[in-house]
Design a protein around this ligand. Structure first.
Ligand SMILES: [Zn+2]
Ligand SMILES: [Zn+2]
Length: 175
């Protein structure tokens, strides 16, 4: 069996060509993604199971749950779509309303998971809850209290591990 290990362009000077262990030369990102799909690999990380968050910082590919496989990527895509339908803004808002003081992302995610009776690990509850909370933050309903855990690349990339928010109306009390 030929091993399809797709390698990104190693230097800009070589142009935008990915190469594959089977000998294929893949011109451009699109061709590389297509070859990944054809060979059963994740089209986001091209089978490497890692994604580069910033230069020098890799983490497990979130699209395929760090497996590098196309099958897992598709299962995970469906799970994300399902999470969006099940974990609505009003579900999250209701949980948040129960917190008078600051709360962590993980606390809200746990409460949502318990409230909906979701088994752990089946749906991407954390990422979905984070997206909803960021939406509430943008709408001014909650305020983020955490400073980023990591500033990368001169603060162009900001990473939060488990950020804390507080409801706007309760700021200043309960601290
Ligand atoms: Zn190949
Ligand atoms: Zn992947």
């Amino acid at each position: 069996m030929t091993k399809h290990t797709i390698t990104p362009p190693s230097a800009a000077i070589l142009g935008d060509a990915h190469t594959c262990g089977c000998g294929a030369r893949l011109d451009g990102r699109m061709a590389a993604e297509l070859h990944a799909a054809e060979t059963g690999q994740c089209t986001v990380c091209l089978g490497s199971a890692e994604e580069q968050v910033a230069p020098g910082l890799d983490r497990g590919c979130t699209a395929c749950a760090a497996t590098g496989r196309r099958r897992e990527q598709m299962v995970w895509q469906l799970a994300h779509a399902e999470a969006e339908q099940v974990i609505t803004v009003s579900v999250v808002r209701e949980v948040v309303a129960g917190f008078d003081g600051p709360f962590h992302l993980s606390e809200i995610a746990d409460a949502v998971r318990d409230g909906l009776g979701l088994p752990a690990g089946r749906l991407p509850v954390g990422p979905r809850v984070r997206d909803v909370l960021l939406g509430l933050q943008a709408a001014g309903e909650i305020t983020m209290l955490s400073a980023p855990d990591e500033l990368l690349d001169g603060a162009d990339v900001v990473l939060y591990r488990d950020p804390r928010w507080q409801r706007a109306g309760t700021l200043g009390s309960g601290l």
